[in-house]
Design a protein around this ligand. Structure first.
Ligand code: CTP
Ligand code: CA
Length: 237
């Protein structure tokens, strides 16, 4: 349905949203990255602010136009580069947040060490890069909530991009992922040639606390954002 006026159903709530893709330095000029633009996370922040929330947007390497699209008097933007920086900023913001949404594509691994100077072919070391695993930020936020370190009744939301074309297999993986990380909701993004990274449109299923699909929505990232916040509001007592 077309909404002429946004409902103010998030008024008084603090929300923390991560967006974009982290970059893990190899040397001063190279990094390991991913293709997340941050448009979905920015749309989530804008939708939440429009519905009355105070938003901390942790922005990992967003392009200027995406950052500009997130400009709003109730959105504070914290720019980060690496997964470690994102983890620190999100833990900070989550400590006082009623809702936390991890929409960022966090690098699973980083180079074991970033070289202080630009690596050259003469160095030979570019043939192999040793990797170490990054902290799972969403799982860490889930754990600290279980330990009572988060505000009471905090709602935790994850995103996952799944490329399997088998819808049942995709859902099963998503259910396991949601439970493993201790999130309330997991929005499962169908990442294929027509959807997902760098595309204006998405197709998303939102998995709820009992593993059920609470919403299925496709269209603009703004539309997905509306459905996601509707699902969050539905969880609140
Ligand atoms: N996530 C995170 N920290 C990481 C990796 C992922 O917080 N180091 C979060 C993402 O922001 C997202 C959710 O976890 O909200 C799912 O990310 P995804 O990459 O699908 O999960 P992984 O556990 O990394 O599984 P996979 O092996 O499929 O990449
Ligand atoms: Ca991952």
């Amino acid at each position: 349905a077309l909404r002429l006026l946004a409902p103010q159903d998030l008024a008084g709530l603090r929300v923390a949203v991560s967006a974009g893709g982290t970059r893990e330095p190899i040397d001063p000029v190279r990094y390991l990255g991913n293709r997340s633009s941050g448009r979905q996370g920015a749309a989530l922040a804008v939708e939440a602010a429009g519905r009355g929330a105070d938003v901390d947007l942790v922005a990992a390497n967003l392009a200027g136009d995406v950052l500009a699209a997130a400009a709003h008097p109730r959105i504070r933007i914290h720019r980060v580069g690496t997964a470690a920086e994102l983890a620190t900023a999100m833990k900070d913001a989550a400590a006082a947040a009623d809702v936390v949404v991890m929409a960022a594509a966090v690098a699973d691994y980083r180079p074991a060490q970033a070289a202080a100077h630009k690596l050259t072919k003469e160095d030979g070391i570019l043939e192999r890069i040793d990797l170490v695993e990054n902290e799972d930020v969403l799982a860490a936020l889930g754990a600290s909530r279980r330990e009572g370190a988060a505000p009471e009744r905090q709602i935790l939301v994850g995103f996952a991009a799944e490329t399997s074309t088998d819808a049942d297999a995709r859902r099963e993986r998503a259910r396991r992922k949601r439970a493993r990380k201790g999130a309330d909701l997991l929005a499962v993004n169908l990442a294929d040639a027509d959807h997902g990274f760098e595309k204006p449109d998405n197709a998303v299923e939102i998995i709820g606390p009992d593993g059920e699909v609470v919403a299925a929505v496709s269209g603009s990232k703004r539309r997905i954002a509306t459905a996601l916040w509707d699902a969050v509001v539905a969880l609140r007592p």
